[in-house]
Design a protein. Structure first.
Length: 384
C-alpha cells in the first residue's frame, strides 16, 4: 500500500506517549514535534490510528508544503492543487488556519483566501462552488503558516478524537479524555492492580482506565470519522480494521469510582453504561474520607478541585484533608494527583516522588506521584 505523511496532534506533555502509541499501531518514520507527532503509513494505518490511539487529538494527512510570499502566492498554490481528487463539489468544507507569520495579520484572512481559491477551482472545473459549513462539514482542510512556510493537510478525524462517543453527559468541567488516558498511561497502570478514582466527576478516568485495561480501542464508539467523506474511503478496509482491533481481554483487577456528589455519580453511571463497561467499574456515592480501599494496595488517580470557587484557606485545608486521608487509609498505594493549584499541593504533607507538567485546558498543572508508606511522615519522605 502507498505510504503517506501524517501528523497527529496532541496535548502538551503527551507527545512521547503518542509517539509510542503510533509505533505500536504500525506507523513508521515517527518523529516528535511540539504538541504533535509526524509519521508515515498506509491508508490502513490511518484508519488504525484514528480508531486505536488514546492520546491523539486529530490526525492530519499532509497534502502540500510550500514557500509563501504573500496572499497572491498563497491563492495561486492553493488554486492549483487538485482538490477534485479529494472531494466532490457536492461536499461541504471548512478551513482551519493557524498563522504565525509577518506576512499575514490574522488566520481569518488566510482561511478566507484558501476558501476562495478552492471554490474558484471547483467553479472553473464544474461551474459550481462547494458550500462552506463551519459547524458540521464533510471535509475539513487545515492550513498552518509559520513565517514563510505553509503546510496544507486534510483532517482525517473530523470531530477531535477526545470525543470518543461514550459521553452521555458531563459534570462541571470534565477532564479531557485524551488527557485522562495520557495520565493513566504515564502511571504504568495495566489493569493488574486495583484502580481508584475517589473524585470521579463524570467518570472519565475510570472509563479510560477500563478501556486501557481491557485493550478496547477508544474510537470504537464513534459513528463517523472525517476520512469517511474522502474520495478514496475504503469501507471494506475500514470494517476489516475494526474487526481486527476488537480483541478485548479480561480485566484482572477492579476499578472503583466514587464521588461525594450524587449528580456526579448519576452522570458517571450514564457514561459507563453508554461505554458498555458497567460490569467492570464499581460506582459508589461516597466522601473521599470514607473510601475503604482494597487491602492489597493499587493505584489512585484523582483530579481534585483546584479552588476556583473556594477561598485560599478553604482550598488549603481541603488539600491537607486529602493528604491526611491518604496517609491514614491508603498505605501501599501509589497516588497520582493532577492539580492546577501548586500552592494548595504544598499542604498535602507528602513528598512527591515524580512531578510532570501538563495542561488541563489552559490551566498549567502538576501531575504528581506520591507513594504512601506505612509509618511516620518523616519515614515516608526519607524513603521517597
Amino acid at each position: 500500500m502507498k505510504e503517506n505523511g501524517f501528523i497527529a496532534t496532541t496535548m502538551f506533555g503527551l507527545e512521547e506517549i503518542l509517539a509510542n502509541e503510533l509505533k505500536e499501531l504500525g506507523a513508521t518514520e515517527v518523529q516528535i514535534l511540539n504538541r504533535a507527532v509526524s509519521f508515515s503509513g498506509s491508508q490502513a494505518i490511518l484508519y488504525k490510528v484514528n480508531i486505536g490511539t488514546r492520546t491523539a487529538m486529530r490526525v492530519l494527512k499532509n497534502l502540500k508544503s510550500f514557500r509563501v510570499t504573500g496572499e497572491e502566492s498563497l491563492y495561486e498554490v492553493i488554486y492549483n492543487m487538485k482538490w477534485e481528487e479529494h472531494f466532490s463539489v457536492k461536499d461541504s468544507f471548512m478551513i482551519n488556519s493557524s498563522v504565525n507569520s509577518p506576512l499575514f495579520r490574522h488566520s481569518h484572512f488566510v482561511s478566507q483566501k484558501t476558501k476562495d481559491a478552492i471554490a474558484d477551482r471547483f467553479r472553473k472545473i464544474t461551474n459550481l462552488r462547494p458550500s462552506v459549513n463551519t459547524s458540521d462539514p464533510d471535509i475539513t482542510i487545515n492550513i498552518h503558516i509559520s513565517n514563510d512556510r505553509a503546510d496544507v493537510s486534510l483532517d482525517s478525524s473530523g470531530e477531535p478524537l477526545f470525543k470518543r462517543g461514550y459521553r452521555a453527559a458531563q459534570f462541571a468541567a470534565p477532564l479531557n479524555e485524551v488527557l485522562a488516558a495520557g495520565m493513566i498511561i504515564m502511571t504504568g497502570w495495566d489493569g493488574t492492580v486495583p484502580f481508584i478514582d475517589p473524585m470521579c466527576g463524570s467518570g472519565t478516568l475510570p472509563i479510560e482506565a477500563a478501556l486501557i485495561g481491557k485493550k478496547i480501542p477508544p474510537g470504537i464508539f464513534r459513528e463517523k470519522f472525517g476520512f469517511m467523506k474522502w474520495k478514496d474511503y475504503d469501507e471494506v478496509l475500514f470494517r476489516h480494521i475494526i474487526e481486527s482491533m476488537l480483541n478485548p481481554i479480561e480485566l484482572i483487577s477492579a476499578i472503583y469510582a466514587s464521588d461525594i456528589s450524587q449528580e456526579a455519580i448519576d452522570l458517571t453511571r450514564k457514561n459507563i453504561k453508554k461505554a458498555l463497561l458497567e460490569e467492570f467499574i464499581q460506582i459508589k456515592k461516597q466522601d473521599f474520607k470514607e473510601v475503604v480501599p482494597p487491602k492489597e494496595g493499587g493505584i489512585v488517580i484523582m483530579n481534585p478541585p483546584y479552588g476556583e470557587r473556594l477561598k485560599e484557606n478553604e482550598i488549603n485545608l481541603f488539600y491537607k484533608a486529602i493528604g491526611d486521608t491518604l496517609k491514614k487509609n491508603f498505605s501501599g498505594f501509589d497516588v497520582w494527583i493532577l492539580s492546577g493549584n501548586t500552592e494548595a499541593l504544598k499542604f498535602f504533607g507528602l513528598h512527591p516522588e515524580k512531578k510532570i507538567e501538563l495542561l488541563n485546558g489552559s490551566i498549567k498543572c502538576k501531575f504528581q506521584k506520591f507513594s504512601i508508606y506505612s509509618g511516620s511522615k518523616k519515614h515516608k519522605i526519607t524513603e521517597s
